[in-house]
Ligand binder design. Sequence first.
Ligand code: PGA
Length: 254
Amino acid sequence: MKKQFIAGNWKMNLTMDEALGLARKLCDESINSDVVDIGVFPAFVFLRDICEILRDSKVYVGAQNMYLEESGAFTGEVSGAMLRDVGCTHVIIGHSERRTIFQETNSMVNSKLKAALSFGLKPIMCVGEKQEERDADQTSEVVGNQLSEGLAGLTSEQVKKLTIAYEPVWAIGTGKTATPEQANEVHTFIRDTIKSKFENDTAQNIRIQYGGSVNIKNADELLGQPEIDGALVGGASLEPGSFLDIVSAAGRLS
Ligand code: PGA
């Protein structure tokens, strides 16, 4: 079994005091990084301080998004170079909220992945189908397109640096989770798709997280699936207790 990767996507939540407090709590925990990797993804404005707090810890810090250009007249955007500069090592690319609310396309996801990699950031690339797509039996087609267009032009070496997060859109923030079997089935499809486009070694080693209403009640079962290598956690990552419980579940299973 691969080392699990548990990432907390804080989204547009928490005050500065709450965000820094949460980071300090995680910093004080002794996390066995031989067994599980942990990352937090706070809002842009908190990144610099949180990178500072977690600098000597085992917790990775990343952003929830970035723009694809290095610098220039792109009002309101933040570049990968800037993220690197403040100490980030990771970045989430193509989260479904970016895709649906901010109209990000597979081609933008592709450009952002290339930009992130060129600045030495490790992306978590999100994929996943909407409820109506699942109902219409289009999950493989949708996720397959997200992968083939999103990863177009990347080399096997570059793909090895990614984590993929499978997040069925209907399970995000809804309390509805994919069953462990449903999730494992899509994870298997994702790994097979990567294998068909890149080297087998790349497909076997890439970590595929599940995301969508992961909490301590369902973490054991989801993380216990053979093709699930971690979780991208939203709501349950905003409390140190629930996040660390999920981290412990991953540690038990690794
Ligand atoms: P959730 O969010 O755990 O609150 O469903 C997951 C995500 O959007 O990454």
